[in-house]
Design a protein around this ligand. Structure first.
Ligand code: NDP
Length: 333
């Protein structure tokens, strides 16, 4: 099988030459194992943290070894009674074309009328993250004023729509006019952050949310967090989901200049890790999947073709070259 390995710990934005495509021969299938032909690979911003050589809340990627990540594929051989050839499954042995792993680490895809790769995006980890951050962390209430950063991405675009569906007023921040137009089409107000310093961002958010912000769904950090803090209402909640603006920084930058606003506004800012909320995944799925299947919740995908282009797909997350969920499609032949 072919896989992608990291060959060097990147400093700053990773370079494509720090990844390599390798081949390995697979052992004969052992009892209790399945072999899966991967159809869709997920690339996600958290993977940058795994490239730093240090353990955060996940193990770092080992150099020169197959990388991993979410994937959807088809079982092509099974020595476990729970799976048969042809089954569509989800697992974490991505970044490769063929995965061979214990059946305990493979799950059948839920059965909703959606394309299989939706279980890597809107109905997978990113979707679950949006739902968790809004409902379980920020405890969003109907009618509140909700700000979402990286709003047109996999997590953000569902957060925007869940907040709108809950009767909230929503402002989404994104990095292009086209993304902003898409957000406006959903019924949100949109702010393009490109070319705006903290003052201009603060002003733009104040114009988009003149009554201030009750809930900030934070995906970005950096200057946007300053601007959001400056626009908080009393008892605001910030769900700290991600801080992608800082993921490539070799050294931590200065903290928010105005963290005192959190104190002044008696606000709460709380971090979370979606994996620790996974027991609620069935609740999320029951609530959101029928709406995705019915076309009430929209989602977009940016698809890059071919295993060898997985690093490129990953890196595009940091230049904003994805609209919606970034996916790699493998040659099905
Ligand atoms: P996205 O689909 O949103 O892709 C990343 C997007 O981030 C890009 O499209 C880009 O859009 C935006 N972006 C990149 N760099 C910057 C920057 N410097 N400033 C502002 N925006 C930037 O990815 P996901 O939906 O998968 O992830 C979104 C966030 O959620 C990430 O921070 C991720 O780490 C976090 N996350 C956290 C989890 C948890 O358990 N806490 C689980 C899953 C995700 P644009 O054009 O708008 O700049």
């Amino acid at each position: 099988s072919r896989y992608i390995a990291l060959t060097e710990i990147p400093q700053g934005l990773p370079r494509q030459d720090q990844f390599t495509l390798r081949e390995q021969s697979l052992d004969p299938l052992a009892e209790g194992e399945v072999r899966v032909r991967n159809l869709w690979l997920s690339v996600d911003p958290y993977m940058r943290g795994r490239m730093s050589g240090v353990t955060t809340y996940v193990e770092p990627y080992a150099l020169d070894a197959p990388m991993d990540g979410g994937a959807v594929g088809e079982v092509v051989a099974s020595r476990d009674q729970r799976f048969a050839s042809g089954d569509l499954v989800r697992h974490m042995a991505g970044w490769r074309d063929v995965a061979q792993l214990s059946a305990d680490r493979v799950e059948p895809l839920p059965q909703h009328e959606v394309p299989p790769q939706a279980y890597l995006g809107v109905l997978g980890m990113p979707g679950m993250t949006a739902w968790t951050g809004l409902n379980r962390i920020a405890q969003m209430q109907p009618g509140e004023r909700v700000l979402v950063s990286a709003a047109s991405g996999a997590v953000g675009s569902l957060a925007v729509q869940l907040a709108l569906a809950a009767g909230c007023q929503v402002v989404g921040v994104a990095g292009s006019d086209a993304k902003c137009e898409w957000l406006e089409g959903l019924g949100a107000k949109a702010v393009n952050y490109r070319g705006k310093d903290v003052e201009a961002l603060t002003q733009a958010l104040a114009e988009a949310a003149p009554e201030g912000i009750d809930v900030y769904y934070e995906n970005v950090g950096g200057p946007l967090l300053d601007a959001a803090l400056a626009n908080l209402r009393d008892h605001a909640r910030i769900a700290v989901c991600g801080l992608i603006d800082r993921y490539n920084d070799a050294q931590a930058g200065d903290g928010p200049r105005n963290l005192n606003r959190l104190l002044f506004r008696k606000a709460r800012m709380e971090g979370f890790i979606v994996a620790e909320h996974w027991a609620h995944y069935p609740t999320f799925l029951a609530e959101v999947a029928p709406r995705v299947a019915a076309g009430e919740v929209r989602y977009r995908e940016t698809v890059v073709e071919g295993l060898e282009r997985t690093p490129e797909a990953f890196l595009k997350l940091f230049s904003g070259d994805n609209e919606g969920k970034m996916l790699v499609r493998l040659d099905a032949s």
